[in-house]
Design a protein around this ligand. Structure first.
Ligand SMILES: Cc1cc2nc3c(=O)[nH]c(=O)nc-3n(C[C@H](O)[C@H](O)[C@H](O)COP(=O)(O)OP(=O)(O)OC[C@H]3O[C@@H](n4cnc5c(N)ncnc54)[C@H](O)[C@@H]3O)c2cc1C
Length: 705
């Protein structure tokens, strides 16, 4: 419809609208009295004009960093989170480990059709809620092997970027990105609670507290019940050659071991970034931590610093869109906490009650964009899928992609959104047909009314019994030579591959060089017993569990959608099995599992049967075909898309997690992993975030000296 208004009268109306909006913004009532009593903001209007740090994403890493930075009452932090603050029991319930997999807490993203998986697509699961993916995950608390973290640092040793780091005061060449550098942060990241002695004894749970800490607000603990069949599974692995049984899941060694769950064993509820860090920051009752929910950051604002050849970009703040009519819902407990907050005085400079000026008022969508300045730094913690998207939308990424999407390139960083990795899950189904002598199993929860009634009663009485169990607490994490007699051949094939041939056409040379470095490292790892490639979760039941490829060789991409980059989710392409050797490694994983079930003296009395792929699926070709038809390319561990690698290897951030070519901007989340650890990723994200917080604090100290 055409407007009959003259341009000047329209301009006047817009100006009046904006002025009125500013007035209402200033007059917005402030329950509790004053911005500086607030932690969870009701509306974007309540945000201060500037903070020391603005954190994009209130997920696993974002809340950890924000909590640690605001331990100093003089440091102000605003966290902006797209999802809501939820008290849903779906999140807190531990039972089964999967209750948080609910659409209301997840992004709705479908991958692009996977060329090597018969054009199948897959759901891209990532948490959209305060706590991020730590709120929805399956609570498995595991870390990779020592070699997984030594590998991270190894990419820097002797590289020009490493030397440059030294000159900038970076310290040792790998900056502590190694097992010994990470171990203190694994300890700091979690509060480990040992299992109940009687449960440990009957189930044979072993652990060693020297690998754990007990000061974090994020707990990892144990259910009060384990199914007895897990002991049978341990025995079955004892009969397989070469399998080791480390003293603790945190020892950094491959093998078959017990591991705890992200749960508070006192309340028997999920423990995650919201309960462990957001609540901790709130409880301090200082005014320097603000959280803005249901707000999507559009881009990071970059300005030019300096002139001529020395010109650099600097991140000055972030811009986000606010729907003027929507206020942010705050759960009851957060309200109470705000209103009970006694102190109104603070040295925090964010305590200014000045409201943020409205810009870009849009009369059609009734939304406006808002800018918040970061005095010191912007910290990007939007996770493996959205951190690269936000960088690309901000003009930081591969120049060709940005041009296609009509976005001016501010820093040409070819690695942004490339090097995408996730753990593929394989279905190889074996069942023990004569397992009735092992009782109870999880199937009895559905099939045996007496057991179900006992289980319900135990849970009701004191939150004990089978319903305190998540997804399970034991698994095998095995090196390739342990599972395959073909380790030498496949490792040799990987050494001699023309690696760049398996990357998308047009991949930048630096990204290809980084990929080649990773493949060389993996070719070595395929020959040794220090890196786990195979994982198999043990649930104690008669059915085999899901197999996971822990170090995929294929690399995908997460790129903005050029058709509508600002409003559409990014194009997620796992490119699973694009490196054909992934098929060979996974085929060996199936063969090993077949031997484990069908030729295992411990299992023979239980009548093992192969359901899938079927014993007639034997040759490399048939197994690879089966895999391409059945694997899921993701275990919901997106990583690597803003990789911490030298720039010459396609890196996006340096060892201090600073984005190359930009001052005042770091990335802290799973996207910085240069390679996946051979484990579920949450514990590593917490440790990375703890380390990042120390790096950021040290940088602030050195500036203020
Ligand atoms: C279903 C599922 C099961 C899993 N199971 C396990 C497990 O059992 N054990 C394990 O170790 N790991 C598991 N993981 C993986 C693990 O939880 C993640 O690797 C980890 O939590 C990721 O942390 P992160 O900080 O990188 O990202 P996240 O925790 O996902 O945080 C990113 C945050 O940024 C927000 N955000 C994104 N874009 C924007 C924007 N534009 N503006 C504002 N905010 C934004 C998101 O809403 C989110 O809250 C699982 C993950 C999922 C999804």
């Amino acid at each position: 419809m055409r407007s009959s208004q003259s341009p000047s009268s329209l301009r006047q109306k817009l100006a009046l609208g904006a002025a009125l909006f500013s007035l209402t913004a200033t007059a917005y009532p402030r329950p509790g009295g004053g911005a500086n009593r607030w932690h969870v903001l009701h509306h974007a209007r309540e945000a201060a004009l500037e903070y020391d740090y603005v954190v994009i994403g209130g997920g696993t890493a974002g809340l950890t960093v924000a909590d640690r930075l605001t331990e100093d009452p003089n440091t102000t932090v605003l966290v902006i989170e797209y999802g809501a603050l939820s008290d849903s029991a779906l999140i807190s319930t531990v039972q089964g480990g999967f209750r948080g997999f609910d659409a209301q807490f997840l992004y709705a993203i479908e991958s692009v059709p996977q060329t090597h998986l018969k054009n199948r697509t897959t759901g891209v699961l990532a948490g959209k809620v305060v706590g991020g993916s730590s709120a929805v995950n399956a609570m498995m608390t595991v870390r990779g092997t020592a070699e997984d973290y030594d590998r991270w640092g190894s990419f820097f040793e002797g590289s020009p970027d490493g030397d440059e780091e030294e000159e900038r005061g970076g310290g040792e060449s790998n900056n502590g990105w190694s097992w010994s550098g990470m171990l203190p942060y694994f300890r700091k990241a979690l509060h480990f609670e040992p299992p109940l002695p009687q449960v440990a004894q009957t189930s044979g749970i072993v652990y060693n507290t020297s690998f754990w800490g007990n000061t974090s607000g994020v707990f990892t603990g144990w259910p009060s019940f384990q199914f007895p069949g897990t002991t049978v599974q341990f025995d079955a692995f004892r009969s397989m050659p070469g399998v080791k049984f480390p003293v603790d899941s945190g020892a950094g060694e491959p093998g078959v071991y017990w591991f705890p769950s992200f749960m508070d064993p006192h309340s028997v509820t999920r423990s995650y970034a919201r309960t462990g860090h957001h609540n901790r920051a709130m409880a301090r009752n200082t005014s320097n931590y603000h959280l803005l929910t249901r707000t999507k950051v559009d881009h990071i604002v970059l300005a030019q610093k300096g002139d001529g050849p020395n010109a650099k970009a600097i991140a000055t703040g972030v811009r986000f869109t606010v729907n003027a009519t929507a206020s942010v819902s705050v759960p009851e407990d957060a309200q109470a906490s705000k209103n009970n907050n006694g102190s109104s005085s603070s040295s925090s400079s964010s305590s200014s009650s000045t409201t943020v000026p409205v810009t870009g008022w849009n009369t059609t969508t009734h939304s406006h964009t808002q800018f918040v300045r970061a005095r010191r730094e912007v910290i990007l913690a939007a996770g493996g899928i959205h951190s690269p998207q936000i960088l690309q939308l901000s003009g930081v990424g591969p120049r060709r992609l940005l041009a296609e999407a009509n976005i001016s390139t501010i820093v040409d960083l070819p690695g942004v959104g490339q090097n995408f990795q996730d753990h593929p899950m394989l279905t190889a189904s074996f069942v023990l047909s004569n397992y009735s002598s092992v009782h109870p199993t999880s199937a009895d929860l559905f099939l045996n009314a007496t057991f179900r009634a006992w289980s319900d009663a135990a849970w009701k009485a004191n939150r004990t019994g089978p319903q305190s169990l998540g997804i399970g607490n034991a698994a095998a994490w095995l090196p390739f030579p342990v599972i395959s007699p073909r380790w030498s051949e496949i490792s040799g094939d990987l050494f001699s591959q023309k690696h760049a041939a398996y990357l998308p056409e047009g991949t930048d040379d630096t990204v290809a060089a980084g990929y080649a470095a990773q493949m060389t490292s993996y070719a070595t790892a395929l020959r040794n017993n220090r890196t786990a490639f195979y994982s198999n979760v043990l649930s104690g039941g008669a059915n085999s569990g899901t197999l996971v490829l822990l170090h995929p060789l294929s690399r995908g991409t997460v790129n903005i959608d050029p058709v509508d980059p600002h409003n559409r989710e990014p194009l997620v392409n796992y490119r699973a099995m694009s490196n054909p050797l992934d098929g060979m490694v996974m085929a060996e994983m199936i063969r090993y599992t077949r031997r484990f079930f069908m030729e295992n003296p411990v299992y023979t009395p239980y009548g093992p049967v192969e359901l899938a792929p079927g014993d007639y699926v034997n040759s490399d070709e048939d197994l690879v075909m089966y895999l391409s038809e059945t694997i899921t390319p993701s275990e919901y561990h997106p990583a690597g898309t803003c990789a911490m690698l030298p720039r010459a290897l396609g890196g996006v951030v340096d060892q201090k997690l600073r984005v190359y070519g930009i001052d005042g901007l770091r990335v802290v989340d799973a996207s910085i992993f240069p390679t996946l650890p051979g484990a579920n990723t949450c514990q590593t994200v917490y440790a990375v975030a703890e380390k990042a917080a120390d790096i950021i604090k040290a940088a602030a100290k050195s500036v203020s000296k």
